[in-house]
Write a protein that binds this ligand. Structure first.
Ligand SMILES: Cc1cc2nc3c(=O)[nH]c(=O)nc-3n(C[C@H](O)[C@H](O)[C@H](O)COP(=O)(O)OP(=O)(O)OC[C@H]3O[C@@H](n4cnc5c(N)ncnc54)[C@H](O)[C@@H]3O)c2cc1C
Length: 420
């Protein structure tokens, strides 16, 4: 669907914002500011700059000078990937025409159409793209706050936290206990916690085979459950204990000072505790006033345009869009749809109907890879899954190896697509 002016006016943007748009656009090159240089934001900035060939001024605001991918961070924990392999700079985006500003965005004024940065700079925009990822819902796990992440790491934003978790796993005493507090839905990367359990089990099997792993889970079900449970039984027999809500997995308190977890009133001393709390959209989305009570930002399914403001787009984990999982692949797919819609609106270029895809791979043990994925289309209510696939239990080793190798190719391809 081509986004023409009639359809643009038909979205939920305020009348004032809509009427202001042509006047601003008449003043020179349209300006797009993208906040967040991760999977969604880097892709959107890169595609906007490349495809508009200089017709749009694209500025990317990113707090960190180097991005560390969460995707494949579990493989780093498992010893299959170097930490440096997860890291990507913004030089190629800059070379491709994106103005990269390394600073934290602290405020958005949607009436004045400006973004304020921690360093004091004020950036004007005609269209704003928000892809800030997640923040943690404070109080989601009794006893834990982000200040405790140095003792009980989340490692759910990649970087030093991921390195800390790896060091803690490797330093566990023989026969020690690793605990994970798994998050409630919806959260970033549905299979991520369980791939992580597999990788921790792989490390412990090699260097600490009498250690135990406890997964405390508020959810009855989780992504690829049958595949993970089969894999844990086959590769790590007796090592992983999954405790779902029926057995207290949803009634967990942690005590970072004494390294204890309390499950339904019962206290257990642990040696390493990975707390992955409940999540919400990155704080700048709430500051911009585009989030709902759920903590996530509702968007139009055909474009990723914010339902709260027609001049703002929200991508990736921060968005409430429907059936797509919160994944890097999803964010990349959504960013391309958004970049096309924004470019069409600002330069009159052609806009094709939105199509979205996602695949999530997980490594269970060396060369034992599984995957789940789907294709999606916009409906009036949401982005809806239209076809899907998933690895099967009992698959042979050759197929699992091929699935793992496919995931290696995916990582190389998608990071090049995001960061150039
Ligand atoms: C352990 C783990 C494994 C995963 N594995 C996979 C996988 O195999 N495949 C997959 O597809 N996905 C995977 N994911 C999920 C994937 O990492 C996320 O879904 C994806 O990164 C979301 O992209 P995003 O653009 O929404 O946010 P992010 O990639 O997190 O990017 C957000 C960026 O915004 C910046 N930012 C935030 N606020 C501000 C601000 N106010 N000012 C400036 N900058 C700001 C942050 O610094 C960050 O760089 C995994 C996640 C985890 C935790």
């Amino acid at each position: 669907m081509r986004l023409n002016r009639r359809l643009f006016m038909g979205t939920t943007l305020s009348a004032g914002a809509a009427l202001a748009a042509p006047a601003v656009l008449g003043q020179g090159k349209p300006r797009v500011v993208v906040i967040g240089g991760g999977a969604g934001g880097a892709t959107a900035a890169r595609y906007l700059a490349a495809d508009s060939a200089g017709a749009i001024e694209v500025t990317l605001v990113e707090a960190n000078p180097v991005y560390t991918t969460c995707f494949f961070s579990n493989l780093y924990l498992g010893g299959f990937h170097a930490f440096e392999d997860l890291q990507h700079g913004y030089e190629r985006l800059a070379a491709g025409g994106v103005t990269v500003v390394n600073d934290l965005a602290t405020g958005v004024d949607r009436d004045a159409r400006t973004v304020t940065l921690a360093g004091g700079q004020v950036l004007p925009w005609d269209r704003l793209v928000l892809s800030p990822g997640i923040d943690f819902a404070e109080g989601a796990v009794p006893g834990w706050s982000t200040a405790d992440a140095e003792v009980m790491p989340h490692a759910y934003k990649a970087g030093p936290q991921t390195q800390l978790l790896k060091a803690q796993v490797e330093a566990m005493p023989q026969g020690g206990v690793f605990a994970m507090v798994a998050p409630p839905n919806p959260y970033r990367c549905p299979p991520g916690p369980y791939e992580r359990i597999s990788m921790v089990a792989h490390v412990l099997k090699g260097r600490n085979p009498t250690a135990k792993i406890m997964v405390l889970d508020p959810k009855e079900n989780f992504s690829k459950k049958a595949l993970f449970e089969e894999g844990w039984g086959r590769h790590y027999p007796g090592m992983v204990e999954w405790i779902g809500p029926d057995f207290g997995g949803g009634k967990v308190e942690v005590r970072p000072a004494t390294m204890e977890v309390v499950v339904d009133g019962e206290v257990t001393k642990v040696d390493c505790c990975n707390v992955i709390p409940g999540q919400r959209a990155g704080a700048i989305a709430a500051a911009a006033g585009v989030t709902a009570d759920s903590g996530w930002a509702p968007v139009e399914p055909d474009s990723m345009r914010s339902k709260a403001d027609g001049n703002v787009w929200v991508l990736g984990d921060a968005s409430a869009q429907g059936d797509m999982p919160k994944s890097g692949f999803s964010a990349n797919s959504q960013a391309k749809v958004a970049a096309m819609a924004i470019r069409g609106e600002l330069t009159g270029s052609r806009v094709f109907p939105a199509r979205y895809t996602n695949t999530c791979w997980s490594l269970i043990a060396p060369e034992d890879g599984v995957k789940v994925g789907a294709a999606y289309e916009p409906t009036p209510e949401k982005i809806a899954s239209v076809s899907s696939f998933i690895s099967q239990t009992g698959e042979d080793a050759a197929l699992r190896r091929a699935t793992y190798e496919e995931s290696l190719g995916w990582y190389a391809g998608i990071t090049a697509d995001m960061f150039g």
